[in-house]
Every structure is written in C-alpha cells, then in structure tokens.
Design a protein around this ligand. Structure first.
Ligand code: PHE
Length: 347
C-alpha cells in the first residue's frame, strides 16, 4: 500500500509540474485529490487496515496529500500569474489614440456668444453681473419703476399675467432687477443684468420671448456724461473703434431725463445704394437709457439710496437686436429656428 501511495504521488507530481493551464490543473486536482480519487480513498479506508499498517500507511497518505495540495497551490499561482499577464497583453488599449471618428467641437449659439461679448465689455468697465427671476411681481416690474397705475404696458394685451393673478407677471424687461439689486446692495452699485423677458408680441421683428441686458450704475456724482462715455466705450468695443454715439430725448417712466442711444452706422456705404441698416441716416438705434428717476430711489431709500445723495444711470438693450445689427442677420426668427446652416456661421 505504501508503495502504491509513493507511485501515485510521483505520478501526480509529474503531471502537476507539466500542467499548462489553470483548467488542466483543476482537472488534475479532481483526479488525484477529488472525492472519488484513489488517495483520499486510501485515507478513508485506514480503519479497515491491519492495526500495524494503519500508522505508516496513514502517515504516508497524509504526507502525499499535503505535498500534492501544496504543489497544486504553487503551480496554480504560477499559472494564474502568467495567464493574467497574457490577458493584459491581449486586452491592451492605447488610451492615447483619438476617438474614431473624432467628433467636431460644437459652438456657442449666436445669442449666447453675443451676451458673453457684451458682459465682457462691462466686466472690463467694473460692472458686476446679476440675474433675477423671470416670473416677477407687478411691484418690481411696474410699481417700483414709477409706472403710473394707468400705464399701457400694464395692460393684459401687452403683458403676460400669471393665470388667476393680477400681481404676478412674466417680466417685460430686465429693469425690475434695478430695484432688486438696490435692495440687496448699498451704493455704490455697478451691475448689468442679462436675461429673458416676455411680451405679447409676435411678428417678423418681435418674439414673445427675447433677451435684454440691463445696466445700472449708482454712485455720488454720476452724470449723463458718465452714461454717454460708458455707452461710447461699449459701442466701440462691439461695433468698432471708430464708432460715435448720440443721445436723443425719449421717455421711460423710471429715468429722467430719458434718452434713446444711437451708434454711428458701421456698414460700408456705397454711392447710389441705400444702406439697409441706417437707411442712410448714419445712425442706428441700439438701446434705451437715462438717469435714474429720483422717484425710483425713493422706493429703496431705506437701503441707502437717498435721492438727495446718490445719482445713477440705467440702460437696457435687446441682445437679439445687437446680434442682428452686428452680424447683418435679416430676420429675428433665424435666431430661434436652430438651423445649423445658419448657426454654424457664428461663434
Ligand atoms: N426697460 C426699458 C425697455 O425695456 C429699457 C430701459 C432700461 C430704459 C433702463 C431706461 C433705462 O424698453
């Protein structure tokens, strides 16, 4: 019996040493150490042997089993290590290769690009950016901006009221943020406010939703020339270094005096053809503005805006209008159709 054990052990050791894969090794483990294998059977049958054989046979069988188990474990580790290496070599991915095919990089929508361009100009002049709610109270949209109770803009024909309410609207301009920023920050204040606004208007040159940028500067000793100089810097940054601006008297409920601001035409003018941008007047209207009406300050006097002490200017421009003028876009609706053949030309 002891000889048979030694034979089995030699045979198994040779086979294990020659195993080429983990799977082969597993087969050998089953063959030599599995439940139906010979060696474990010997161990199970020790009790049936003659008493004097039990000790030496049991010892030899046990040593053989332990030796084979250890050998299988070692060989298993070797094979697993080699197989892992092999898998890593086979599965290698070159992460430096470009995606296939490389995807084209997108671009900003003309309106986004224009908004950012305008923001950059005013950031450079020391203004900060604020944003506010599009669903606004009548108080901020009209009352605190000095609109008379009968002002036509309040009419439901012109303004979207929130269903069932007469005190909540979709803001018709970014000007309500004049009041909100003054409530939140004491003077001096230099802010611009980009954002969506809403009016009940829809035709070739009007959409019910469009974008504005509001500007507000409040300090001691602010004058109309500060407004003009600021807007001249803006006009030159956006429309070219040779631009001039002019102010024309106008009316807004919340500025006094109020002005409309024109920029000198930036198109090339040729004799015999009428300029389609300025209609040969030499000037193009770009925005509305004025000096903050002292009545507006009286709505925020408790926040440090004493109309006897501070002055300010405010302006509001349409981003669509600036983009269309600058890039010669003939129809407002092109900005919203999202036809990539149009959009790809900008940004
Ligand atoms: N809110 C005005 C409009 O939408 C523009 C404006 C802003 C005028 C600030 C004066 C001062 O028409």
């Amino acid at each position: 019996m002891i000889e048979r054990i030694a034979e089995l052990r030699d045979e198994a050791e040779a086979a294990i040493g020659a195993a080429g894969t983990s799977a082969e090794l597993e087969e050998l483990r089953v063959r030599y150490l599995g439940r139906k294998a010979e060696l474990p059977n010997v161990l199970r049958g020790i009790a049936t042997l003659a008493p004097e054989e039990r000790g030496p046979t049991g010892k030899a069988a046990n040593q053989a089993r332990q030796a084979l188990e250890a050998l299988i474990a070692r060989r298993g580790e070797q094979l697993a290590g080699g197989e892992l290496e092999e898998r890593l070599r086979a599965d290698v991915v070159d992460v430096t290769l470009p995606g296939a095919p490389p995807q084209p990089v997108g671009r900003l929508h003309l309106l986004t690009a224009t908004r950012r361009e305008i923001e950059d100009v005013f950031l450079g002049l020391g203004f900060r950016i604020a944003e506010g709610p599009e669903v606004e109270t009548v108080y901020y949209n009209f009352d605190a901006l000095n609109h008379a109770p009968t002002h036509p803009a309040r009419d439901r024909m012109d303004t979207f009221y929130v269903a069932g309410r007469d005190d909540v609207v979709l803001r018709t301009h970014t000007s309500p943020m004049q009041i909100r920023t003054m409530e939140a920050h004491p003077p001096p204040l230099y802010v611009i406010v980009p954002g969506r606004v809403y009016r009940r208007d829809s035709d070739a040159t009007h959409t019910p939703q469009f974008h504005q940028i509001e500007g507000l500067a409040v300090d001691v000793d602010i004058t109309l020339t500060d407004l003009k100089g600021t807007l001249l810097a803006f006009a030159r940054a956006i429309f070219g270094p040779d631009r001039e601006v002019r102010l024309r008297p106008h009316f807004f409920p919340f500025t006094e005096p109020s002005v409309e601001v024109d920029v000198s035409c930036f198109m090339e003018h040729r004799a015999g053809t009428r300029c389609r941008v300025c209609k040969d007047t030499g000037w193009v209207e770009i925005l509305g503005s004025g000096m903050v009406d002292p009545n507006v300050f009286s709505y925020v006097s408790e926040y440090g805006y004493d109309p006897e002490r501070v002055q300010g200017f405010a302006f509001g421009m349409g981003i669509e209008r600036i983009a269309m003028l600058k890039h010669g876009v003939p129809d407002l609706r092109l900005l919203y159709d999202n036809d990539v053949r149009f959009l790809e030309q900008f940004g």
